[in-house]
Design a protein around this ligand. Structure first.
Ligand code: FES
Length: 625
């Protein structure tokens, strides 16, 4: 049996294997935020011809089903089938980096004053050929040349002896070594014939609970070459880290979850390599950042004790591992640096975020918040750092929102509602592209604008009489943000409830952490906002929504996904890897969510902007106009 694509490419499929799995096996990746459980509706394909058994069509509208749409993860061919993959279902690399993004990152690296020093070095050696007078072995010859060049001592693991004789002779005794710092010595991580210094890349990976992002970085000049991202397929085992730990315990499933994240990472690496025609040996190092549970599962470590009192992880700082040990498909010797964690609750993603924001170097009081699946906050300065978590949920990353998507090409990232016509005006990521969905910044804009224009009330209920764009959908009233020829993009009332719950948790976390440390929002000198919202986050709209405090706008800095930015920095600098270890050692975790006052604050935030409107004087003024 085969699946035929519009390009005429045919993909073999075994009986009982879903279209989703068959496509994935052949490197055709579809987007998915439920890991193939049939609950997210993001893997939609169109069956043009051929017999298919479909197990579930929930998440598809009647109109879509009429046009032949099925969920690829719930569809099992019974013979040859011909399909089409709509653009919104394709998992693609970004291809084109936002203008200035690579330059900004290089400038950030430069501004830290850190030396550019990736995890591995490439060293070209011209060995003197042996003779009867110079008859030491190949290994001794290699070590001798290394010392002669003033490079120090060289450790050569046994596995490199196997092919050493052939490699040194292949290009007239010219070789390229990749080495890693191993205390007092350098240790070989790769050895190739000839000069192989022109193409060398590092991959920085942010392992989020909901999304996984990979940066392909040119190690020779620090350029960000490309970005690839996907949803974390572990979502099939649970939306949050606790559910996943329970799944690991109850099903003895550590290996399954480990394999799942490794497959996601391998998919991203393979997409990036394919797009840029990169040889496997040109990938020199990997740097990963994730929360403690994601980090443990990624490394194959049992996360069970993270959830059990007294909440002790296997490790908070991790020795450099190798790609081969983890199942990552690069050269098996490629070193993998994993960001240190702080405790069972605060991980490498937050350490990475603080590193990227430079909060730990500030003389003044700063607040950092990272809105991912969990939502973490850090308060402090160059002297001290405290951190807390607030369960924001993954809605701003597109999960649990009908037309939600990651902040990639085709996402509506900016929404304004015309005050006279009440018609939405949208901006989309990418040039000349049709909208495929709505990302975090678009959601914040849309809900704030709908509130200001009276389309939405303070409780988040759509006001049918206020706009013709409100209609009855499968899940109750919905607002049509974009009306397309084939597909509308809507925000449903349950979507809006999700957004309000998330923003309430964030605001409650921010205000409670300040209170706990004896400060108020007025004491904050700068506030850094991180998360995969989109290219820009309209702070004013986030204040109207009641997600951010009503303080002067100039105090806010939106940084985007800082977990991956920190991973970028550490891919390129040993100094910054050391700084990351220092930050992790300095941070103290404060438990907020169990306190009664956190719950009270959260409940007060379930209104737009807040039940206490006096805490939002700017919004109050706006509403009076
Ligand atoms: Fe198919 Fe989520 S519905 S991957």
């Amino acid at each position: 049996m085969k699946i035929i694509l519009p390009s005429e490419k045919s993909i073999p499929v075994e009986p009982g294997v879903s279209v989703f799995q068959a496509l994935k096996k052949e490197g055709v990746h579809l987007t998915s935020s439920c890991g193939g459980k049939g609950t997210c509706g993001k893997c939609k394909i169109i069956v043009k011809s051929g017999p298919v058994d479909t197990r579930s069509t929930t998440k598809l509208t009647k109109g879509e089903i009429k046009k032949g749409a099925v969920l690829a993860c719930q569809s099992f061919p019974r013979g040859d089938i011909q399909i089409e993959i709509p653009k919104e279902s394709e998992l693609i690399v970004e291809g084109k980096i936002a203008t200035g993004k690579s330059k900004d990152l290089q400038e950030l690296l430069h501004s830290t004053g850190a030396k550019r020093e990736p995890l591995t070095r490439r060293i070209v050696l011209q060995l003197p050929p042996p003779s009867l007078n110079d008859n030491i072995s190949d290994l001794e010859r290699l070590k001798r040349e290394f010392v002669t060049k003033g490079l120090g001592c060289l450790r050569v693991p046994f596995r490199f002896l196997i092919n050493l004789a052939g490699i040194v002779r292949k290009k007239d005794w010219e070789i390229t070594l990749s080495t890693i710092n191993a205390g007092d010595c350098c240790e070989i991580t790769n050895i190739s014939p000839g000069n192989r210094t022109s193409a060398r890349y590092g991959i920085a990976i942010d392992i989020g609970t909901t999304t996984v992002v990979a940066y392909l970085i040119d190690l020779n000049d620090g350029t960000l070459v490309d970005i690839a991202s996907t949803y974390n397929s572990q979502i099939q085992f649970g939306d949050d880290v606790i559910t996943r730990i329970i799944y690991v315990e109850e099903h003895n499933a550590l290996k399954s979850l480990h394999r799942t994240i490794i497959v996601d990472i391998n998919d991203l690496i393979s997409l990036l390599r394919k797009t840029h025609t990169i040889n496997i040996d040109s990938i020199d190092s990997l740097v990963t950042a994730g929360n403690p549970t994601m980090t443990h599962i990624f490394l194959g470590l049992d996360p069970a004790s993270i959830r059990q009192e007294p909440y002790i992880p296997t490790a908070n700082s991790f020795p450099v591992s190798h790609a081969g040990e983890l199942g990552i498909k690069t050269n098996p010797n490629t070193p993998v640096y994993t960001f240190p964690c702080v405790s069972s609750y605060v991980g490498g993603d937050i350490v990475s975020g603080v590193l990227a924001s430079r909060l730990h170097k500030s003389q003044d009081l700063c607040l950092f918040m990272d809105v991912g699946t969990n939502g973490e906050i850090v308060l402090g300065n160059s002297e001290w750092l405290v951190t807390a978590a607030c369960s924001a949920g993954p809605c701003f990353e597109g999960s649990g929102i009908r037309h939600g998507m990651r902040a990639t090409e085709g996402a509506i990232e900016d929404v304004r509602i015309n005050r006279k016509t009440l018609e939405p005006e949208i901006e989309i990521i990418g040039e000349g592209v049709k909208p495929l969905g709505i990302c975090g910044s678009g959601m914040i804009d849309a809900v704030a604008e709908m509130f200001i224009t009276g389309i939405l009330d303070q409780k988040g209920k759509l006001q049918k009489s206020a706009s013709d764009r409100i209609r009855d959908g499968d899940n109750g009233p919905e607002f049509v943000v974009y009306s397309g020829d084939n597909r509308d993009i809507v925000l449903t009332e349950p979507d809006i409830e999700n957004i309000i719950r998330a923003k309430a948790a964030i605001y409650a976390g921010l205000s409670m952490l300040l209170k706990e440390m004896g400060y108020t929002f007025a004491d904050v000198h700068r506030m850094f906002i991180a998360g995969g919202f989109g290219k820009f986050l309209d702070v004013e709209k986030a204040v109207i929504l009641g997600m951010l405090p009503d303080i002067p706008k100039k105090k806010f800095t939106y940084l985007g996904n800082t977990s991956i930015i920190g991973a970028y920095l550490c891919t390129l600098s040993q100094n910054l890897r050391e700084e990351a270890e220092e930050i992790a050692g300095k941070m103290t975790y404060i438990e907020l969510s169990v306190s009664r006052s956190f719950m009270d604050e959260y409940v007060s935030g379930l209104f737009i902007p807040h039940t206490n409107i006096d805490a939002f004087p700017g919004v109050k003024k706006l509403l009076k106009k």
